[in-house]
Structure formats: C-alpha cells, structure tokens
Ligand binder design. Structure first.
Ligand SMILES: [Zn+2]
Ligand SMILES: [Zn+2]
Length: 355
C-alpha cells in the first residue's frame, strides 16, 4: 500500500451555480478517521444528472459548500478508523460509494429497510463530500463490496442508476412474463432498466426516440419499441402491444409530467406506476378518477438500500447487466457538466481520477 498523501486533487464547487474547478484539497489522515469511517483511494466515479442539480443548487434543500460532488464511485479501502468494530470490509478491498453516504441503521426507517429515508441520512456529494476527488472518507457498514469479476468502471453507475431501477423493478409487484413499460429506455437509467427487467423475466416495451436508441434497446432484449416522436397515440400503441389490456407496470424515469399521465392511461387495472428519478420541478397530473377506478398503485421509489445495492451489483457481476459508458478524466468535469446541461450525452460518463 502506498502512503496516503496529505493533499489531493478534487473537483470543487465554491458557490452554487458557479463553475466547478480542480483544486488542491486536504486528505483526512488515517489516524484521524473516526470508528466506522474508512478512507478510499478512488479508482473512478460516474457523473449523474443529480450532480449537476447539486452544483447548480436546483433543489429546495441546498447542498453544503464548498461542495465536492459525486455519488457513484469505486475505490480501494486504504485505511479504516481505529477502534472500528465488525468491519465488513478490509484494507485493500474494492468498494462502491453510493448516494446514501451513511445511515444510522437504528431509526424506524432504517429498521424497516428504508435506509435512504433515515432520519440522520448523509448524502454523498450533497451533505458530505462525494466521489469527485482522489480520496474519499466513507463508512465501512454502508459501502458496497465490488466482486472481482466486475470492473470498477462497469460497477460505478450500477451504484446509482442501476440500483435505482433495480429496486423499482423489484418492488413493482410484477410476475414473470408481465409487461413493463420503460419510457426513456435508451437513456442512462433506462438502458439498465431494460436489462434488469429482462433478467428477472419481464416483457419490456421500450419507449424512446431515434434509430440509435431503438437499436440499443433491441440489442438489450426489449420485446417492443415505441418511438414517441413517430407514434400518434402512445397509449393506444401500448394497449395494442399488450393484447388490448395495458401494461402491468411502468418504470417512469422522465422529468416530463406527460410520462406519468400517460402511464396512468396505459396501465391495466391493478397496474403499478414506479416513479423514480428526481426532477428539479414537475407536478404529477394524474386523473384521480382513473387512478381509483383502475385500482392503480403509484410508488415513489428512491434509490435503494444496502441489500438492493448488493443484489444489483451481483447481477451486473454475473454479466447479465452492462452499463454503456464513455470514460473521461476528473479534470474534464466542467465540460461533462456542460454536455449534461445540454442533454448531449449518450449513456453514462465515467471519470478516472487523472487530472
Ligand atoms: Zn445518481
Ligand atoms: Zn436511520
């Protein structure tokens, strides 16, 4: 193990809404780690739309400043706090950092498996510094072990996008061969959702637009494709493809309110609408009569707990789910934010820690 430096490079946002800059930033010394804390030497990190929302201060609850963003990273444990009891990970192991940086494991929500709703939750790259730095302080009980078969870059986006869609599918109360509609199926969350859905034996209707995304979703195993730009009546098309009955579940990741309204219309009676993703604004315009009359269940599904993460990672390690990504460097982050805000990124961006 190489010695831990005292200074590292990190991508820092000084004031919300201003530019992200690569700066020198202190590394917490291994001797100062509290019990339960671990220091990770980062290998890579994904960049998520959430990071841009955080840097811009888009959401009602503001992040800390100065802010180091990032919440889907993989690193090697280089130190564990003195007097840490029962650490499930050891020095030298590769582990993943998630949006949920830590939870108390003792409050009502934690006891019910809703660690993401913990009363004392810490959020990576939001309320605590995240993965856009060469070293990260994390917590031994919440990091996710990365199996040897899964590369670090392939694992990164499973820790956020993959975990989020996997949990939503898991809780969609669908059975094998049920129809699941995935709007935005060619995007960052969507392309992983198609693969997880096929892995658990669901039939998938992929909705997105353009030849490239059609080709991608077909390759990933989607049973049907709807181009929303070329289809006059999307609701009628979903019904036609499902034998006139409608879909059993919809996994809606879009920030567009129409994506939710349409789902209420194309779900069959007893259907489940899984609301995921975190748009800065957007209201849910459902016709209450339809929701009640069709016995529709609407679930808010917010990332996932440690168990969901472990399962999502194991499935990816088996080779059944692969994230499509492009690799860049930490020092490219300003340019990546720019592309994210313009919506010109296909798949996910993974940053190595090079500057
Ligand atoms: Zn994310
Ligand atoms: Zn808790």
């Amino acid at each position: 193990m190489s010695a831990v430096p005292t200074i590292q490079k990190a991508a820092v946002v000084g004031t919300l809404g201003q530019d992200v800059l690569i700066k020198d930033f202190p590394v917490k010394s291994p001797q100062e780690l509290a019990p339960g804390e671990c220091l990770l030497k980062m290998i890579c990190t994904g960049v998520c739309h959430t990071d841009l929302h955080a840097a811009m201060g888009d959401w009602p609850i503001k992040p800390k400043t100065p802010l180091i963003g990032g919440h889907e990273g993989v690193g090697e444990v280089v130190a564990i706090g003195k007097d840490t009891v029962d650490s499930p990970v050891k020095v030298g192991q590769r582990v993943g950092v998630k949006w949920i940086a830590n939870s108390c494991r003792n409050c009502e929500h934690c006891r019910k498996g809703l660690e993401q709703n913990c009363e004392d939750v810490l959020l990576s790259g939001y309320t605590v510094n995240g993965t856009f730095s060469q070293y990260v302080v994390s917590w031994v009980h919440i990091v996710t072990a990365i199996p040897d078969e899964l590369g670090s870059e392939a694992a990164a986006s499973i820790l956020c996008a993959g975990l989020t869609v996997y949990r939503a599918l898991k809780n969609s109360q669908t059975n094998a061969s049920d129809w699941v509609v995935i709007p935005g199926a060619g995007g960052g969350l969507g392309h992983l959702a198609v693969q997880y859905a096929k892995y658990i034996g669901r039939r998938v209707i992929a909705i997105d637009t353009g030849d490239e995304k059609q080709k991608l979703t077909k390759e990933l195993g989607a049973d049907h494709w709807i181009d929303f730009r070329q289809t006059k009546d999307l609701v009628a098309e979903v019904k036609r493809l499902t034998g006139g009955k409608g879909a059993h579940a919809a996994l809606v990741t879009t920030a567009m309110p129409s994506g939710y309204t349409q789902a209420v219309d194309y779900l069959r009676p007893g259907g489940h609408l899984m609301a995921v993703g975190l748009p800065a604004e957007a209201q849910f315009n459902a016709v209450i009569f339809d929701v009640v009359f069709k016995s529709i269940t609407i679930h808010g599904s917010y990332v996932g707990n440690r168990q969901d993460a472990e399962e999502a990672i194991e499935i990816a390690a088996s080779g059944a789910v692969k994230c499509h990504y492009v690799t860049k460097k930490l020092s490219d982050i300003a340019e990546v934010y720019d592309s994210l805000s313009k919506g010109t990124i296909a798949g996910r961006i993974i940053l190595t820690m090079d500057v």
